[in-house]
Ligand binder design. Structure first.
Ligand SMILES: CCCCCCCCCCCCCCCC(=O)SCCNC(=O)CCNC(=O)[C@H](O)C(C)(C)COP(=O)(O)OP(=O)(O)OC[C@H]1O[C@@H](n2cnc3c(N)ncnc32)[C@H](O)[C@@H]1OP(=O)(O)O
Length: 128
């Protein structure tokens, strides 16, 4: 799994207990999954369709740095299934895992559209 994104936990990211607000982390993950999908499917019209169980395993505090990793579980016809791990850079503890995030490729009318992709592509390979 590749960890592309880092986030710094700031005061506005905390819950009343003083630890990272779970909803904030989920928003970061949704954004990361959307960007990953846009790049892989080469289409900016995509949506989050389904998110499986989310397992919060540890927390983070102000000043911690969070890394978000995404990997592809499956390429469907119009969908792509991703999995995600968020971890604390300093402690290397896993903060949460999400087994299945289903993103759907859309046409101009907002209907599912086949994306034609079957494997992860890297930008450097597209340039060849
Ligand atoms: C350098 C780059 C710069 C880029 C710079 C621009 C960036 C720009 C980003 C903009 C992107 C932001 C995105 C942010 C993330 C949101 O905020 S998304 C907003 C929240 N999500 C939504 O509003 C989605 C609302 N739902 C829908 O519109 C419809 O349900 C959908 C998604 C069109 C699907 O319609 P549907 O009739 O259910 O379609 P259906 O054909 O049954 O299923 C489609 C696929 O989904 C699968 N599926 C459907 N339901 C399920 C389910 N419950 N479980 C599993 N799979 C399912 C099906 O199996 C099918 O997969 P395939 O077999 O085709 O692979």
């Amino acid at each position: 799994m590749r960890f592309h994104t880092r986030k710094w936990v700031k005061p506005e990211d905390l819950n009343p207990n003083g630890t990272l607000f779970g909803g904030r982390l989920l928003a970061w993950i949704d954004e990361e999954a959307a960007l990953y999908t846009v790049i892989q499917l080469e289409n900016s019209k995509i949506v989050t369709k389904y998110v499986s169980e989310i397992n919060f395993m540890s927390s983070a505090k102000q000043g911690d740095i969070i890394e978000i990793g995404i990997d592809v579980v499956n390429f469907g016809k119009s969908s792509i299934t991703l999995k995600c791990v968020a971890r604390n850079t300093m402690t290397r503890e896993t903060i949460l895992t999400v087994d299945n995030i289903i993103m759907v490729n859309l046409d101009e009318n907002g209907k599912p559209k086949p994306h034609g992709k079957t494997q992860i592509e890297f930008v450097r390979d597209r340039l060849k």
